[in-house]
Design a protein around this ligand. Structure first.
Ligand code: MG
Length: 459
């Protein structure tokens, strides 16, 4: 639209003299705040060249296509065919997140302008008065990611372009080599290295290393449930050191090694293990401490320089701001779906950049493809990107069908497609064929994990 047409529209309901004076004085349109009411809206529309939008519907879509309960938010708008999708997945409490959307966020969002993402995020965030936590943040993330999807679709660009464009051609990822013997783990590492990965996480004895512990006394005593898991700390600590030594011998020094401690051992044991791992030149050691024991990070830092990653359980800003600004960690590992979406994710990325901390957003298979894409768009742009956790050889065919356009994992990189928006969608009809699973199925539920005497271990 040319300036003459813009002026005609802006002046439509002003006195002819007023617009004449305006045009004569400066030959530029009046600032929007000098125009009022319907004229201001008309002016604003003409300036952007796009009609005003309203949110007309917020859907909560529940699906369990391959082992995990996923919650997806679909925000529909007054522009026919224009909608956005966002991830509200919290596998361990999916139904609670769904309620937070259908009962609260959906009525909150209806009728609002989806263009004002920051305002929507801020007002939704405090709309419960009591805020934060993974349930409320999960719903907020679904809404937030859907709004960014809408904005980028309107701009006819993949989201990373709106965020500043690419800093790298694709997103380097790390994969997961697990096994019940050291030989099985090193064979898995070899397989990933041959397939092109450069960063591999190594774990021995299953998730939380339960197979390294035997015959817990609480089982014989009939304490807890027969299905309860268990872990003894010292077998885990000793086996982990032996494992990493073995991997370095068998797989060499070039592979970038990661190990996840899953927060389970006592803080002082964690200090000792992280210190002992320094000799193996780790890419990072993940989750050495539970969120309740973060005061020990200072002690770890004072004793060694093993790179540290932390944050997948975080949901409150107070948990990450000090760790980053005090340079107590090297990688921040929050998942966008646990902190409230792309909007807070971008702020965490920028804060971390100022303090030399890199990203390693949480991203195993219990994060759905929409959230992987959302995190991936930020990964592509941020200069302080570190590494992205991936789903190894990629999602299976069912998830790829339910989520058309989902990111692809190839040779140690994640690739997003170039479609406008997040680039990933949900096939609602297909998703309905894979119904949400009632608790605890579909949750990845693994707790409790107990010590030999039955004491609950806090992850
Ligand atoms: Mg972890």
């Amino acid at each position: 639209m040319n300036r003459r047409r813009l002026l005609q529209i802006a002046g439509g309901s002003l006195a002819a003299g007023a617009i004449g004076t305006l045009a004569k004085k400066s030959d530029v349109p009046a600032p929007v705040d000098q125009v009022s009411g319907a004229t201001a809206q008309t002016y604003s529309n003409a300036t952007r060249g796009l009609p005003a939008l309203k949110i007309t519907n917020v859907k909560t879509i529940l699906t369990c296509p391959q082992g995990g309960n996923y919650v997806v938010v679909k925000v529909e708008t007054s522009e026919p065919g224009l909608y956005g999708v966002g991830s509200a997945t919290l596998t361990t409490r999916g139904a609670a997140v769904a309620t937070s959307i259908t009962e609260f966020l959906a009525p909150f969002a209806l009728g609002r302008d989806p263009a004002n993402i920051e305002d929507m995020w801020q007002t939704a965030y405090v709309s419960s008065y009591w805020r934060n936590g993974p349930v409320l943040n999960g719903g907020l993330c679904g809404l937030d990611e859907a709004l960014w999807d809408i904005k980028a679709k309107r701009a006819n660009m993949p989201l990373y372009q709106l965020l500043g464009g690419k800093s790298r051609f694709a997103i380097p990822t790390y994969c997961h080599a697990d096994g019940n013997t050291m030989e099985a783990v090193s064979a898995s590492v070899s397989k990933f290295l041959e397939a092109g990965w450069k960063h591999v996480r190594v774990q021995l004895g299953g998730y939380g290393s339960p197979s390294l512990s035997t015959d817990p006394d609480f089982k014989a005593a009939g304490f807890g449930l027969p299905t309860d898991g268990f872990q003894n700390n010292q077998p885990y600590v000793k086996a982990t050191l032996k494992l990493v030594e073995h991997i370095r011998k068998v797989n060499g020094d070039d592979v970038e090694l990661i190990h996840d401690m899953h927060e389970r051992i006592e803080p002082i044991e964690a200090v000792n293990l992280v210190k002992a791992l320094q000799q193996y030149r780790m890419f990072f050691v993940e989750d050495p401490l539970s969120p309740e024991q973060m005061g020990y990070f200072k002690m770890i830092r004072e004793q060694c320089s093993t790179p540290l990653a932390m944050g997948e359980l975080f949901s409150h800003p107070i948990e990450w701001t000090g760790l980053i600004s005090d340079r107590l960690i090297d990688f921040i590992r929050v998942g966008f779906n646990h902190v409230g979406g792309i909007t807070p994710g971008l702020k965490i990325a920028r804060l971390a950049e100022s303090f030399g901390v890199r990203s390693a957003w949480h991203g195993p298979g219990n994060i759905d493809p929409i959230n992987h894409a959302a995190q991936g768009h930020v990964d592509l742009t941020m200069p302080n990107f570190g590494i992205q956790e991936d789903v190894d050889l990629g999602w299976g065919p069912v998830i790829q069908e339910v989520f058309p356009g989902c990111p692809q994992m190839k040779k140690g990189y994640m690739y997003l497609n170039e479609a406008p928006g997040l680039g990933v969608d949900i096939d609602e009809k297909l998703a309905a064929k894979y119904p949400f699973q009632p608790f605890p199925a579909g949750t990845g539920f693994r707790f409790p994990i107990r010590k030999a005497d039955g004491t609950q271990i806090r992850p």
